[in-house]
Design a protein around this ligand. Sequence first.
Ligand code: GLA
Length: 729
Amino acid sequence: MPIRINEQEKSFCIETENTMYQMKADEYGVLKHIWYGEHTGCDMEYLLDYPDVGFSGNIYDAGNKRNYSLDTMPLEYSASGIGDFRLSAISAVHSDGSNALDLRYQGYFTKKGKYSIMGLPCVYADEDTAETLEILLKDITSNITVILKYGVLDKLDIITRSAVIMNSWKYPVTLKKAFSICLDFPQGNLEWVHFHGRHAMERIVERAPLIHGIAESSSERGASSHQQNPSVLLCDKNCTEENGSCFGAVLIYSGSFQTKIECDQLDQVRMVMGINPKSFSWILKEGEKFYTPEVILSYSGKGMQVLSHNFHRVIRNNVCRGKYKLAERSVLINNWEATYYDFDDKKLLSIAKDAARLGVDMLVIDDGWFGKRNDDRSGLGDWFVNENKIKEGLCSLVEKVRSLGLKCGIWFEPEMVSEDSILYREHPDWAIKIPNRKPMRSRFQLVLDLTRQDVRDYIYNSVSRILKCADISYVKWDMNRSICDWYSAELSPERQGEMPHRYILGLYELLEKLTSDFPDVLFEGCSGGGGRFDAGMLYYCPQIWCSDNTDAYERTKIQYGTSFFYPISSMGTHVSAVPNHQTGRTIPLESRAVVAMAGSFGYELDPSTLSQQETLDVRNQIRRYKKYRTLIHNGFYYRLSNPIDDNYAVWSFVSSDRTQVLVQGMIFHTKANVLRTPIKLRGLSPDKKYILESSGQVYTGKALMEGGILLPRSWGDYYPVEMYFTAFL
Ligand code: GLA
């Protein structure tokens, strides 16, 4: 039983294979957080200390206990306004204008299986692989209750959390903040790892000590964003890939989010995570409920690689859905960097013909096939074929592509509208803007109000019409701007603060409907590359275009950061032409391929520009990717270097039976007269013998892990690395 409850002591212990999570309601009904970390088999409450700290007051019922203060204790879900002056998880304004909630324990409930959340993506699991614990808290004055939900996937070392807030009394209440979790670390002394970036350079790893005060990583852009990611890692100062304690948290949400971490006056650490309160408020009338998004938590006492494996496994198996989540993905060719808007059906067919000869499985027709769309100034919203470009119609083009042996995919940006479009001329009120103000334009486009049912219906009908009329196997769902000017004519003035979250609920409803009505279509997420790379989108789209930056050198850093939480199969990764279109850098074709193989692989170039030798090389790359892709997607992924600091990026995939090992990467800059670098492999069987395919040389697993393997002697910059080992007894 992963959930153990002592009813008399009102204590709760969640146990997973290697971790333990404890909390307890004390004599006042305050739910204290006791422990999250290593499975010690012991009640860890003895570690809590209760100092009498000046200016940290006491709840009324504590009488003369000067050392009982909410401000100094680890709490499971701290509310604002009642004397815990640290970060709070929830803040609610009552009808009299006061802002306080004093949440006390009321009871609990457990069930087999994993809870789900109305309207929101979350981890799912079979009845016999998960359990749910619900703890009910109630404000001692009002009838506001909070249900804290815990999903336990014990074999995976995963605990999920979310909260439901209910108003059961006659007065409305306005939520100003409703985080998914509050997680206290009374022992403090942690470092913070987060993932920042910008368009075309997403999820760059940054590790920093916590300072006294508050660290924040967040987005207010209406999307999870390129700039910060809704995932965070807290670790020991000495934590490495292989050693030390670390905690990970991933928010399953695609809108504006906030993660805050406070190191308090007593060096304790508190983290809160959830919907960004800066652009949120929510009115709860009598009988109404609010559901927070879910956070996935995991702990590893064996360094970050185990933490990453835990998240890869749960996201790939228990967040991603549909027939493609574990399927071998097709090798695709996308025409974006090959043609941009300048193409017609002839050009697309010639790309498809060349691609078929290379071994590619699918042609993806990117932006520009619809409406009046010859640049980014017009056409969004008009999802019907542009017959000046696709002269004989989409169906006939798709049929021709299919007769070459290729499947066909297509690009949409359904959430957007160009002012120069039929849709906008007919429905200017469907675009998000504030009355009497000019909206912000970005890439010349406006955002559709997805909180409206008629807008969602229009999008559903437009996309499904195309998917029904042509034999389309794949959709790239793009979203190319940040959102502001929040206002919806459908919402009353006091409810406008609900709009950013309602937008995401509308998006999820739409994606749910489309992905379930078209189960044979693979949906790939995209937002100017990786601007909405989050577990919420992965629930609908098992892969996401990782970045608009296809420069393989920069991609090693982007994919490195992405790999901390998100599975390798979830990253869309393509080989593009040189000089690279984002950086002007020229990198050998083989190195570009090796980097793109660490994901869901494809090409984004015009194959007619390849030389004879390059054509042979590409054929060989596709053959190799197809040979390795099960290992790449199902194997354990190891980061064998840190490409931010090292002169090389090297990673490996090890099959679960440890009989296959693929090492790939790139040496950035070649130096004269230096020793070759040994790279220590990980996750092998020490006693097994491994044969290196390219040389036939045999090594023991122990040798490869303790001594390592020398990287190749490089020649020129951005030199490729690939070594494939198989084990024999
Ligand atoms: C975004 C995507 C690109 C491409 C363009 C088309 O930037 O990330 O891959 O689809 O839009 O406009």
